[in-house]
Write a protein that binds this ligand. Structure first.
Ligand SMILES: Cc1cc2nc3c(=O)[nH]c(=O)nc-3n(C[C@H](O)[C@H](O)[C@H](O)COP(=O)(O)OP(=O)(O)OC[C@H]3O[C@@H](n4cnc5c(N)ncnc54)[C@H](O)[C@@H]3O)c2cc1C
Length: 385
């Protein structure tokens, strides 16, 4: 079987699973702002939650190309890969930088779905995009680190057992460089919540379980430090290329869903005695958005293949994320326009997916920060911050 045939089989398998969760399922959850428990359970049973976990730790040992196909197909079905995607790339920090004992203790349980590692706590209210300015502190006391501080916009905390946390172990003033003195921890949320950790939900534009976290002297055992103390920022950066590529694939899925819907609607909806899609004013924006989605998809695969071959892929991963997020947002606007007033009615799902895909202009990395990366690191322009 060639690589492409295997990919086609994977696509079909994910598509089949997604058919059990039609748009009405996602719409209802969106209206109630609830978590897709049944969907995540089905993904777990299929083994997909352990997609990138190597086989020796009980996972599927897939390539990033394959994992990206799973995410694309979820969004392409009209669903939202958000409740699933974090586990795919969050565990990469543990996989790449955790000790053998940590990997043996956690990865098989995560792959089986017995433990959920769905939360990733980096962003803070004051620091925002400037991650090295975070102030959440982890101070060593005997066999524990005592964590105090605040995090904001942290997803899926209420549906996760573990969280990867970035905190400062050396105060900024005492660190040689801003990027030093930061460390990564595996926080057991089952123990931390109500033992110093307060979780306050934040309602956002789409159905994403988002929270503000307040750490008040939360004790984290020293054995939960991942890698070397003070090196955490580098570990977080290490995971970013995979994250950008996977998010790009979700955007491609969204883009294709919007184009399919817009095309179908343009053929079926008749106004002035003919299908609206007969007007070039309707046709051309759909065609243009389609071209942009397909072009972005090439960059997504180029980035994912380079990643899988262990080649540098920072430029490609960032470009793929930007191109795909822009293409899906363009396709969302085109679909909304094609649907007219119906696009704004919840029953047609366009407005839901429109809200969902808008997120990717801002999180997990905003468009400006990608442009800044390309300007400085690829083109060698002077640093601006
Ligand atoms: C639904 C949702 C879920 C999220 N989930 C998580 C999560 O699970 N874990 C987590 O850690 N974080 C999470 N985030 C946070 C997300 O990563 C941040 O919102 C994002 O990184 C931007 O940070 P900020 O909101 O503080 O924006 P700010 O830093 O306040 O920036 C505001 C705007 O200014 C721009 N900007 C800032 N500095 C510059 C500059 N130097 N040049 C040009 N433009 C600049 C930014 O690009 C942005 O558009 C989530 C956010 C949302 C909305």
């Amino acid at each position: 079987m060639t690589g492409t045939e295997a990919h086609e089989d994977l696509r079909l398998a994910v598509r089949k699973l997604c058919q059990r969760f039609p748009n009405s399922y996602w719409r209802e959850l969106d209206q109630q702002r609830t978590y897709p428990e049944a969907f995540v359970q089905a993904m777990t049973e299929a083994g997909y939650l352990g997609a990138l976990i190597p086989k020796e730790y009980g996972g599927l040992g897939m390539s990033l190309v394959e994992a990206s196909i799973i995410l694309e197909e979820i969004n392409r079905s009209g669903g939202n890969a958000g409740p699933y995607h974090a586990q795919v790339y969050t565990m990469g920090t543990l996989l790449r930088h955790g000790s053998e004992a940590q990997k043996r203790a956690y990865l098989p349980q995560i792959a089986r779905g017995d433990l959920r590692l769905q939360a990733f706590g980096v962003t803070e209210p004051e620091a925002g995009t400037d991650t090295t300015s975070i102030t959440t502190a982890a101070v060593r006391q005997d066999n524990h680190y005592i964590v105090s501080g605040r995090k904001i916009f942290i997803s899926r905390v209420q549906h996760s057992d573990l969280m990867i946390l970035l905190a400062r172990t050396t105060p900024l003033e005492q660190s040689k460089k801003k990027s030093q003195g930061l460390s990564v921890f595996l926080v057991d949320l089952r123990e931390a919540v109500d033992h110093g950790l307060t979780v306050k939900p934040i309602r956002v534009i789409m159905n994403n379980e988002t929270n503000e976290l307040h750490f008040n002297q939360v004790a984290v055992p020293v054995e939960n430090l991942i890698g070397v103390e003070g090196e955490g920022f580098r570990y977080i950066l290490d995971g970013m290329n995979a994250e950008r590529i996977l998010i790009a694939a979700e955007c491609i899925g969204d883009g294709r869903w919007f184009i399919e819907r817009a095309t179908q609607r343009a053929k079926e909806r008749s106004v002035f005695g003919r299908p609206i899609g007969q007007n070039q004013g309707i046709q051309f924006p759909i065609a243009q958005a389609h071209i942009h989605v397909e072009a972005a998809d090439l960059m997504r695969f180029r980035a994912a293949e380079r990643f899988d071959q262990g080649e540098p892929c920072g430029a490609e991963a960032n470009m793929a994320k930007l191109l795909a997020a822009d293409a899906s947002w363009e396709a969302a606007n085109v679909a909304l326009q094609t649907y007219g007033g119906y696009g704004l009615a919840a029953d047609y799902d366009i407005e839901r997916k429109f809200r969902e895909t808008r997120l990717y202009q801002i999180a997990p990395i905003s468009t400006n920060l990608i442009l800044s990366y390309i300007a400085e690191h690829v083109l060698g322009l002077p640093r601006s911050f």
